[in-house]
Design a protein around this ligand. Structure first.
Ligand code: ZN
Length: 345
């Protein structure tokens, strides 16, 4: 089969790899219907050291079950399923606490001999716990929004939930990438009345307004902070959703948090330290968030996607075939594409 491998910064290739086979009785084989490129794939794409052999890449996919191991129940050949971006047994103590990203028997895609999602097929470990069956056909128009359940929509939701978003909370979302826009959608879904989106790409912030943003702040740094404070009566927001992962974003996040407020970060942090000093101490600002346990939220978010109440799949603005994946990475890295959807066949 064909799959995507990364060889170094700016060097992504689609090559022939061995077809996946069942190795463990808990495995399933899934033929990929849709996959996509993640903002977090751009970090290795920007900085990975060059190597002779490529590594598989991709962690968001949706597909059709082709075969299951002897210990997998509840799934059969022909089922359409979505995979969260971390695989997990969904039964251990961490999983039962809703933290499938810390599963005692789980792990990441495209690591330690596990397939990546940007290919024609995937061997899914712990399939019964990992995969969620979708009540749709292979040609459903909902596939893009259903694919967003793999990562960006639950990640935005996790950011909103950990920040304590609910009715009557003011929210500031930092970042107009796919996760930031999904955080807006999640905050709206949770009942937030005022949602300020900080972003400067108008096509994206326009989609953010469609998703529920009440205000858009295009300015950055001190100017952006002043704008958010002005929009919140000088106090800042109860919930600040940091969806970027860079130091200026987390600095802005603390500066626009209201006293007693919460900053949640779900952008993979590209900074070693967090600026939590005496000022934040005096204002009782909490830092929360982290890698999103997408698996914990899929069943909760799925009905609204199936009903069309939310359309997180609108973050995909480009669709490509597998052979065009290198160009897809380039388009996302150059910010010409918001999020790239891959149709392997
Ligand atoms: Zn577990």
């Amino acid at each position: 089969m064909r799959a995507t491998l990364i060889y170094g910064a700016g060097d992504v290739r689609v090559e022939d790899v061995p077809d996946p086979v069942l190795r463990e009785p808990t495995d399933a084989l899934v033929r990929v219907l849709r996959s996509c490129i993640c903002g977090s794939d751009l970090w290795p794409y920007g900085s990975r050291p060059t190597s002779e052999h490529g590594d598989r890449i991709g962690h968001e996919f949706l597909g059709v079950v082709e075969d299951v191991g002897a210990d997998v129940s509840g799934l059969k050949k022909g089922d359409v399923v979505v995979a969260p971006f971390v695989w997990a047994d969904n039964t251990c103590d961490f999983c039962r606490e809703g933290l499938q990203t810390s599963c005692r028997h789980g792990g990441f895609w495209a690591a330690n001999g596990v397939d990546g999602g940007q290919g024609e097929a995937v061997r899914v470990p712990q399939a019964q716990g990992t995969l969620v069956k979708l009540p749709v056909g292979e040609d459903s128009a909902l596939l893009p929004s259903l694919l967003s359940l793999s990562d960006v929509f639950p990640t935005g939701h996790h950011c909103a939930v950990t920040a304590g978003v609910g009715p009557r909370t003011t929210v500031t979302v930092i970042g107009d990438g796919a996760v930031g826009l999904c955080a807006v959608l999640a905050a709206k879904r949770l009942g937030a009345e005022q949602i300020i989106l900080m972003g400067r790409h108008q096509v994206r912030t326009d989609l953010g307004r469609d998703f529920g943003a009440t205000d858009v702040v295009a300015e950055r740094g001190d100017e952006g902070i002043a704008k958010v404070l002005e929009l919140t009566g000088g106090d800042g927001a109860h919930a600040v959703l940091e969806c970027v992962g860079l130091r200026p974003a987390i600095e802005t996040a603390f500066a626009v948090a209201r006293a007693g407020g919460r900053v949640s970060r779900v952008g993979a942090p590209q900074y070693p330290e967090v600026p939590l000093g005496f000022g934040e101490f005096l204002r009782n600002v909490t830092l929360t968030g982290g890698v999103a346990p997408a698996r914990a939220y899929i069943e909760e978010l799925l009905p609204d996607v199936l009903d069309g109440k939310v359309e997180p799949g609108r973050v995909f603005d480009t669709t490509i075939g597998l052979d065009e994946v290198p160009a897809g990475y380039q388009a996302m890295a150059e910010r010409k594409a918001l999020k790239v959807l891959i149709r392997p066949v």
